[in-house]
Design a protein around this ligand. Structure first.
Ligand code: ATP
Ligand code: MG
Length: 396
């Protein structure tokens, strides 16, 4: 009989053992306690590269919040699913629940009206709402930041009166439209000033930090920030060994060290590599040789899937730009250096930088420095035949 495979590589898949992140979990748990005790707290931003475990972390934080008695909703920003209509329905769900518990007719009515206004200020033709002509005229005059602020103020007031704090989890915040992000910041700013027990825990790529600062200068002080990355050696060891232990399989120490060396402790890569090692052996003690035997398949799987999916989204010129980044030697790299390697002026390569940032392949670490949003993407490029062909071309 085949033994079950305890590893779960994939977007947002909860691993069978969540390694590390203890500090953030304990800090955020403290925020829930504070809100439940009526003490106002700041919202939280978790940023990190692709596959480091942001979604897994916020799912875990959501489960803890629910257990603690905080009202929660999870929102994922996608191109097709805008933020405003999602937050409107989350706010509505909260008020409906509050309605059952307490007699707060007036405030709840005010909140429901604010949600209608929000939906209309975002989409005046919203067919989901039954409104009189007068209502439509009234709500047309609202703007997005004001409407979202009204909604947050209304639910914040209910949250305070019912002592039932609210936490919205917003994943992939970097995809939020500028006007939506601006509205969210304004709304949080106001409810924060009023001391309401309402927070947002947001997750996204590192470029999010700049997006927030660009949108509103005070955004910096509105949130506490946590950047997550690869696991420490000890945490990676747990991520490797604990899932296997559940089915009485262990690793030799040298095997564990080699997996950490190859995956650099990045959670997605650990899950992917261990899944492959596991698929290929029936042994109860996994040895270094089992790991070595799986290395080629591991790179083949990543290169043909995870990395290639991103690579194929780039035009030929954008690919050359990324090749030059991989050739810089160390990352983050300066745009001037990329231009020098390409034999062009910085101004003439800047549009490709902008396109790659837009596609989510690259992000600006500082104004002039760049890095890849996917860990180890430069190593992938250096394994590509296209890279070597290009490299031979620039040398000749
Ligand atoms: N703390 C952890 N311990 C072990 N494995 C983890 C941990 N966090 C995440 N993983 C695994 O890593 C992979 C990526 O996790 P997740 O999707 O949460 O990353 P992400 O940062 O949200 O990525 P993306 O930016 O692509 O959305 C999943 O396979 C998940 O099971
Ligand atoms: Mg994610």
């Amino acid at each position: 009989m085949n033994k079950p495979n305890p590893y779960r590589p994939g977007a947002g898949l909860m691993p069978t053992y969540v390694a590390g992140r203890d500090e953030i979990v304990s800090e955020v748990s403290g925020l829930y306690e504070a809100m439940l005790a009526g003490i106002p707290v700041q919202s939280v931003i978790i940023s990190g590269l692709r596959g480091v475990g942001k979604t897994v972390l916020i799912n875990r934080l959501q489960a803890i919040a629910e257990e603690a008695g905080v009202f929660t909703k999870y929102i994922e920003i996608e191109e097709k699913k805008d933020f405003i209509s999602q937050i409107a329905s989350c706010a509505q769900a909260y008020l409906r629940e509050a309605e059952k518990k307490e007699k707060l007719k007036n405030i709840i009515r005010k909140g429901m009206d604010a949600i209608k206004a929000l939906s209309l200020s975002f989409d005046p033709n919203s067919g989901n709402l039954s409104l009189s002509v007068q209502d439509r005229d009234l709500y047309h005059s609202y703007n997005l930041p004001q409407s979202l602020t009204d909604v947050f103020q209304a639910i914040g007031e209910v949250a305070q009166k019912t002592e039932h704090p609210v936490c919205f989890f917003v994943d992939e915040i970097q995809y939020m439209r500028t006007e939506e992000l601006g509205a969210l910041i304004s709304a949080l700013h106001r409810s924060n000033q009023l001391g309401y027990p309402l927070i947002v825990i947001g997750a996204g790529l590192p470029k999010l930090l700049k997006m927030l600062a660009d949108e509103k200068s005070y955004a910096e002080r509105l949130f506490t920030y946590h950047e997550i990355g690869s696991l420490t050696e000890k945490e990676a060891e747990l991520a490797i060994c604990e899932p296997a232990k559940k089915i009485r399989v262990t690793y030799e120490d040298t095997a564990v060290r080699r997996i950490i060396e190859i995956t650099k402790g990045y959670p997605f890569y650990v899950q992917q590599f261990c899944q492959i090692v596991f698929q290929r052996t029936e042994r109860e003690i996994i040895a270094l040789k089992d790991v070595e035997d799986a290395v080629a398949v591991y790179y083949h799987t990543l290169d043909g899937g995870f990395f290639r999916a991103r690579y194929e989204r780039c035009s030929d010129t954008e690919k050359e730009f990324t090749f030059a980044m991989a050739k810089c030697g160390s990352l983050p790299c300066e745009i001037a250096e990329v231009a020098r390697i390409l034999g062009r002026k910085t101004t003439s390569v800047s549009p490709y930088r902008a396109k790659l940032i837009n596609k989510g392949i690259v992000y600006a670490v500082r104004h002039s420095a760049l890095d890849f949003t996917v860990p180890e993407y430069d190593a992938f490029l250096r394994r590509c035949e296209d890279f070597h062909a290009w490299d031979r071309g620039i040398k000749s």
